[in-house]
Ligand binder design. Structure first.
Ligand code: GUN
Ligand code: FE
Length: 446
């Protein structure tokens, strides 16, 4: 009998449960039973148990009644997706402005829309819609860039908190090489970052954490980068930025920081590259830079939808995985046009295949591996692998109930299909119409 009140069962899911324990293996548990405690944690996960065991000895051991058992039937449970890189304000533009490379795209489309977030009414509309859209897509954890505006960034945190998503939210810092209508002074950037962390911590929601967010090296002075490194260390916060996304950007960084060895070295020099760092893109890194990532234990967010759309390049996942660098997937809304991690999974496969076209020694990524990156991989990047990513007991229950037979499902299931086939069909052909419900730390949010 479980006596711990925190572990008192609130719900038991009964049926098919799918998750990853290792990168090359999706575990499909049939006739499983998963108990969620009132604290939102996973209390037990039983593989292949008969009905009389669930309603008999297991019910007795964990003190739950028949009415607490949710029968999944033909639906199945998978972990919530983790989006390790997204720009919440850019959701306004998602699916537009797809005709320019990075630096021109920033100037023409991105900075103008982000500057509008000084108006809270505009911010509320976009932020409400992006968080709702992310949750409908089964994204239970998201690393958001907001804008330079303190008020609007706190508003995003409040909306995320109300909706119940788990998130890292950054006030963007940029004090040079930015348009006059969208730039801060160095002092403003430092002060509002400190104030942001203070205000967010006062809200006391453990699911919503601040993250230090220099936009990228070219838009930040040495002084700002140095101070952000100090704040991150003092407060123990995560750090997110962009690195080596586009060839012109890499050359630009070289010209701005001629005394430093590489783009990676810039972040390292300012104490912004450590195990709490998430760097988006990382397409054009040298082997030496990848070694530095490995040594510093910094993570990478792979954003193939964005990289194909802006024509940035194809990141070699094998090089990253071979070095044991933490790797997750990111939508990079709106460099990426889709807010769905399922789209990112598919493009990560195409990206790897595109490398294989001209390098036969490259082993293409499998969809099982991509699913791992979208769940467990992401949990490692956000330094929460002890809490989320799969359904091991003791972790928090962040999950999606998938219905392959939903009324308007975009794919069909045939009699001969195995559970493995149906899962694969969902990964390749499914979308939010198959997402029946979503849970974050045991709370139903969709
Ligand atoms: N590099 C600097 N800012 C951005 C941004 O907003 N999106 C992308 N994709 N890359 C960037
Ligand atoms: Fe980005």
């Amino acid at each position: 009998m479980i006596s711990n009140v925190a572990n008192k069962i609130s719900k038991v899911f009964r049926g098919t449960i799918i998750h990853s324990l290792e990168i090359n293996n999706v575990e499909i548990l049939q006739n499983a039973a998963l108990g969620v405690g009132e604290s939102g944690s996973i209390v037990f996960l039983k593989r292949d148990v008969a009905d009389d065991q669930v309603f008999g000895e297991i019910a007795k051991e964990y003190s739950f009644t028949d009415s607490q058992v949710v029968n999944l039937g033909k639906k199945f449970l998978i972990p919530g997706f983790i989006d390790t890189h997204a720009h919440a304000p850019q959701y306004h533009n998602a699916g537009t402005g797809t005709d320019l490379p990075l630096l021109k795209w920033l100037e023409k489309y991105t900075f103008p829309v982000e500057s509008k977030f000084r108006e809270l009414k505009f911010a509320r509309d976009v932020y409400t819609k992006v968080v709702d859209r992310m949750l409908k897509n089964g994204t239970t954890t998201c690393c958001y860039f907001a804008t330079i505006h303190l008020d609007a960034t706190l508003l995003l945190a409040d909306i995320v908190g109300e909706r119940g998503q788990r998130a890292f939210i950054g006030k963007v810092c940029m004090d040079r090489n930015s348009p006059d209508h969208y730039v801060e002074t160095t002092e403003q950037s430092i002060q509002s970052t400190k104030q942001y962390i203070e205000e967010l911590n006062k809200r006391g929601n453990p699911l919503v954490q601040p993250i230090i967010t220099p936009r990228f090296a070219p838009t930040c002075t040495d002084h700002l980068l140095k101070e952000l490194g100090v704040i991150a260390k003092d407060k123990g916060t995560m750090i997110q930025s962009h690195i080596s996304e586009n060839i012109d950007e890499v050359a630009w960084v070289k010209s701005i920081f001629p005394e430093l060895k590489s783009y990676t070295d810039v972040y390292k020099h300012f104490d912004l590259l450590n195990k709490k760092t998430i760097m988006a893109h990382a397409i054009h890194l040298s082997d030496e830079e990848l070694d530095t990532f490995e040594k510093c234990e910094a993570g990478i967010s792979h954003c193939p939808v964005s990289n194909f759309t802006l024509g940035s390049g194809a990141m070699d996942v094998r090089k990253v995985l071979r070095k044991n660098i933490k790797l997750g997937l990111g939508t990079d809304i709106s460099g990426g046009y889709s807010s769905s991690i399922l789209t990112v999974i598919k493009d990560s496969l195409k990206c790897s295949n595109s490398i294989f076209f001209h390098d036969k020694s490259h082993t293409p990524l499998s969809y099982e591996e991509a699913f791992y990156l979208a769940t467990v991989g992401g949990s490692k990047v956000v330094e929460l692998s002890d809490r989320i990513g799969n359904f091991l007991p003791g972790k928090e229950f962040d999950a999606q109930v998938i219905d392959p037979f939903s009324a308007n499902s975009p794919f069909d299931v045939f009699e001969a299909d195995t559970t493995h086939d149906i899962f694969q069909k969902f990964i390749f052909n499914g979308d939010d119409r198959n997402v029946d419900s979503v849970y974050v730390k045991g709370r139903k949010v969709i």
